[in-house]
Design a protein around this ligand. Structure first.
Ligand code: ZN
Length: 158
């Protein structure tokens, strides 16, 4: 199979990226690490990113903004809950930003983040840490290749 020339669905994309918030602070970057690799069109990355890189070629760089609604959604202020400190292991050093995978009553797996720590209770935030944030991307496509049939069947890169 010949390698695809542009970013399109069912193609394995490698890209370097830096993500900044509205205030210019960097929240995530592949600089100094391996490029991000994913199967385009399978929801492995946020939809806004897939839409913006569609049609790009290897070596091409692009800057764009993915608004909160197309990234991790708006913040839901009610999606926070105080939990007794005793619900966590006694020796555990709880710090804001720490994530915990929890099981809901219906068996769903969700991640909650520590927002505030008081001596007797901990405020857990069920919003994604980037909810409500517009994401300013700078991406460079570093590689494109056809996905294997196995990768397409699984919906992810091997
Ligand atoms: Zn697999």
């Amino acid at each position: 199979m010949t390698d695809p020339q542009t970013v399109q669905d069912d193609v394995v994309v490698s890209l370097e990226y830096t993500v900044r918030l509205n205030d210019g602070s960097i929240v995530d970057s592949s600089v100094g690490r391996e490029p991000l690799q994913f199967l385009q069109g399978h929801g492995q990355v946020i939809e806004g990113l897939e839409q913006e890189i569609h049609g790009m070629r290897v070596g091409e760089t692009k800057k764009f903004v993915v608004t909160a609604a197309r990234a991790y959604g708006e913040r839901i202020p009610e999606a926070m809950e105080w939990v007794p400190r005793a619900a966590f292991p006694a020796g555990m050093d709880l710090e804001p930003g720490m994530g915990f995978r929890l099981q809901t009553a219906s068996g769903e797996s969700i991640v909650a983040y520590v927002r505030e720590v008081l001596p007797d209770r901990v405020l857990m935030d069920f919003n994604h840490p980037l909810a409500g944030e517009d994401l300013h991307f700078e991406v460079t496509i570093t590689g494109l290749r056809a996905a294997t049939s196995e990768e397409l069947a699984h919906g992810h890169v091997h």
